[in-house]
Design a protein around this ligand. Structure first.
Ligand SMILES: C[S@@+](CC[C@H](N)C(=O)[O-])C[C@H]1O[C@@H](n2cnc3c(N)ncnc32)[C@H](O)[C@@H]1O
Length: 280
């Protein structure tokens, strides 16, 4: 590949290639990947469209395009995702933090808390955002994936939160000790039967254990609800993200576990997105 073309030319060639591979928003993704290959912020790309790419930049762009054409998510290719205004490292071992999950964080921040637990922490985006927004709080993030925990620890260090965030390998409650005034979780919730219908970006690239607990998709909620009260302070809150059709069943699991003030709340698109309850 020669190093003679401009960024604009590279972009023009990349968009139809990504579109032909079935990428939904090919122009947006091509711009983000080109900016990444050029080592500049995506919002600076327009200023550099007439720049000639170096051979290294062209090669780097080609590698990212091939990955995106194979439907690898942009966040995994660039290794970054913005969540609540902060950058998080993302790898093939972690779920790509979703904008919907910011609704869970917004609800968590509606009341004060001092000790927070995040079950299934992945990149740590939920726990670390809560700690960053509440400078006197401390917390624990648990995950069954040691590889995800390594990413979460890296994110904690990068955000200057390592002294207030502890990460622990745990199958849900197994290694969890003590009580918390806030418990949060975005657990795997896709039913086994729905896995085949997911977009290739999700189904083929994100960790299966982050997507589905198998079966009807509710097993993680069953496990979480069963011991929630044993780990909540009196008056403490628990909030879990859900799939849009799971609100009633998860609310029933919470009520059956003795939680009070059980509520189903929507995301910004108006779809049921999380269930919350309170320990009496
Ligand atoms: C949907 S992802 C959520 C990741 C992150 N909290 C977020 O919102 O982006 C679910 C996470 O739960 C973890 N997980 C799955 N089964 C688990 C279990 N039995 N115990 C603890 N964590 C588990 C997965 O490894 C994954 O990191």
């Amino acid at each position: 590949m020669s190093g003679a073309g401009t960024a604009a030319e590279a972009l023009r060639a990349a968009v139809p290639r990504l579109a032909a591979a079935g990428v939904e928003d090919a122009p947006r993704d091509a711009r983000r990947l080109l900016a990444h290959a050029m080592g500049i912020a995506p919002d600076r790309l327009t200023l550099h469209l007439s720049d000639r790419l170096t051979t290294e930049q062209q090669e780097a762009f080609e590698v990212t395009l091939a990955a995106r054409a194979a439907r690898q998510p942009v966040s995994q290719i660039t290794g970054r995702r913005e969540f609540w205004g902060r950058e998080f490292r993302v790898t093939r071992d972690t779920l790509d933090p979703r904008p919907e999950t910011e609704c869970l964080v917004a609800a968590a921040l509606e009341e004060p808390f001092s000790r927070v637990l995040d079950l299934g922490t992945g990149t740590g985006c939920i726990l670390l955002t809560c700690l960053a927004e509440r400078p006197s709080a401390t917390g624990v993030g648990c995950d069954v994936s040691e590889a995800a925990l390594a990413v979460a620890r890296e994110n904690a260090a990068a955000l200057g939160l390592a002294d207030r965030a502890e990460f622990r390998l745990s199958d849900w409650w197994k290694e969890v000790e003590g009580r918390f005034d806030l418990i949060l979780s975005n657990p795997p919730y896709i039913a086994e039967a729905e896995m085949a219908d997911l977009a290739p970006e999700v189904r083929d690239w994100e960790p299966r254990g982050a997507l589905t607990p198998g079966g009807d998709g509710l097993d993680a909620y069953r496990a979480i609800a069963a011991q929630a009260r044993a780990h909540l302070e009196h008056g403490g809150r628990i909030m879990v993200e859900i799939g849009p059709t799971q609100g009633r069943e998860v609310a029933r699991l919470f009520a059956d576990a003795g939680l009070e003030n059980v509520e189903i709340r929507p995301d910004l698109d108006g779809r049921d997105r999380f269930v919350m309850g309170r320990n009496p």
